[in-house]
Design a protein around this ligand. Structure first.
Ligand code: FAD
Ligand code: DHB
Length: 391
């Protein structure tokens, strides 16, 4: 099998890249190891930066997003018994975010790809990327019980943190920068209207809590838990009781409770692989970098990467020049490191670490107080939250 761009992984990065290339008249094949239901139902991100929504719209994938997505103009921070609303448009010159789940973005992009009749192979597991240094790179993969080879001009690893593409970069040329955190998130989906109409990020003596949503009828809630937590140790009543404690406000209401339909534990990690390119192999999204989820940057970073890459591939097709492909890694890494910094700051500021002493705890509270009382500190958060520009 032969194509211009071989894409490994049908998460948001791979699916959007395939769409952008298709719209520009560049053919690609997407290989995805899991089945369609898995890709469309895996519960993950929920917040689209304004720039991400604009990209999806321009790609012709924004119809349902614009009908069903919820525009949010603010987030609330709760700490030390206080509530502070961050007014996103007022602090950013008009920017906001959209609540529209990753599951829905993936469903929309899969449907478009299939409607276009363009190749998207489910249950096709990439085994290795070969020949990245030459001008005929290929992907060896297994599909329907047979091993095959996909020959390409360029290969893009959009196969997430656990994928195979990154392994094709020789160790001597790779650098990894990493932090793990001594806590995780217990995330639940509940069939109940959100108890607040905007997202609430709460720092509490007992740990972090986040109130988010998927729709006017479905709540998405998270609790900081120890890193090795078994979700089975958290029966539904315990989860609601703990959310009530951590999201408390002076004289405030309890949360509306409803049936919990999904429960999972997400580890927290910061990770960057440099460079994001080796020869004709490019890494995009979680295959190249991970942020801890606080601040909702993961999916948005993946979108930024593939926008930069699609532009570079189109430039090469139109001019024959590799200039933008050569700049891909450095261009993306500038934005990636801004998101890493923001996600790290949000995570440390809002969580209780078993390793932090009283001095650090007070610094985090002082930072929250600064955000609540100083316009430029609030604007710095609001600008990062609504999105860094794509280079
Ligand atoms: P992925 O979505 O991971 O997609 C990679 C795809 O590649 C997968 O479909 C996988 O099956 C496929 N694949 C892997 N290996 C192979 C192979 N060998 N061959 C073929 N296919 C392969 N971000 C937020 O902003 N907010 C959140 O709340 C949030 N929650 C998260 C919860 C969890 C449990 C995780 C893991 C991540 C979360 N993230 C969140 C991060 C966000 O979901 C990711 O940043 C985003 O999914 C990145 O998209 P991607 O396309 O790069 O990678
Ligand atoms: C969600 C996840 C996040 O990490 C975040 O900062 C905000 C919202 C969510 O899943 O809804």
């Amino acid at each position: 099998m032969r194509t211009t761009v071989g894409i490994i992984g049908a998460g948001p990065a791979g699916l959007l890249l395939a769409r952008l290339l298709h719209n520009a008249g560049i053919d690609s094949v997407v290989l995805e190891s899991r089945d369609r239901a898995y890709v469309e139902q895996r519960q993950r991100a929920g917040i689209l930066e304004q720039g991400t929504a604009d990209v999806l719209r321009a790609a012709g994938a924004g119809g349902r997003m614009d009908r069903e997505g919820l525009r949010h103009d603010g987030i609330e921070l709760r700490f030390a018994g206080r509530r502070h609303r961050v007014d996103l448009p007022a602090l950013t010159g008009g920017k906001s975010v959209l609540v529209y789940a990753q599951t829905e973005v993936c469903k929309d992009l899969v449907a478009l790809r299939l409607k276009d009749g363009a190749p998207l192979l489910f249950e096709a597991e990439a085994l290795a990327v070969e020949g990245a240094e030459g001008d005929r790179p290929s992907v060896r993969f297994r599909h329907e019980g047979r091993e095959s080879v996909l020959e390409c001009d360029h290969v893009v690893g959009c196969d997430g943190f656990w994928g195979v593409a990154r392994r094709a970069v020789p160790a001597a040329l790779s650098q990894a920068f990493e932090r793990t955190y001594p806590f995780a998130w217990l995330g639940v989906l509940a069939d109940v209207a959100p108890s607040h109409d905007e997202l609430v990020y709460a720092r509490h003596e007992r740990g972090f809590a986040l109130l988010s949503m998927r729709s006017p009828a479905v709540s998405r809630l998270y609790l900081q838990v120890p890193a090795d937590t078994d979700p089975a140790a958290w029966p539904d009543e315990r989860i609601w009781d703990e959310l009530d404690r951590r999201l408390e406000t002076p004289g405030g209401r309890r949360l509306e409770r409803g049936p919990i339909t999904q429960k999972s534990v997400t580890p927290m990690r910061s990770y960057v692989h440099e460079p994001m390119r080796h020869g004709r192999l490019f890494l995009a999204g979680d295959a190249a970098h991970i942020v801890p989820p606080t601040g909702a940057k993961g999916l948005n970073l993946a979108v930024g990467d593939v926008v930069t890459l699609a532009r570079a591939l189109v430039h090469r097709r139109d001019t024959g020049s590799d200039e933008l492909l050569d700049a891909y890694s450095a261009t993306c890494l500038r934005r990636v490191w801004q998101a890493e910094r923001f996600s790290y700051d949000m995570t440390t500021m809002l969580h209780r670490s078993p390793e932090a002493d009283g001095f650090e705890e007070r610094l985090h509270l002082a930072r929250l107080d600064r955000i609540a009382t100083c316009r430029s500190a609030g604007a710095d958060l609001a600008e990062a939250y609504t999105g860094f520009p794509v280079g």
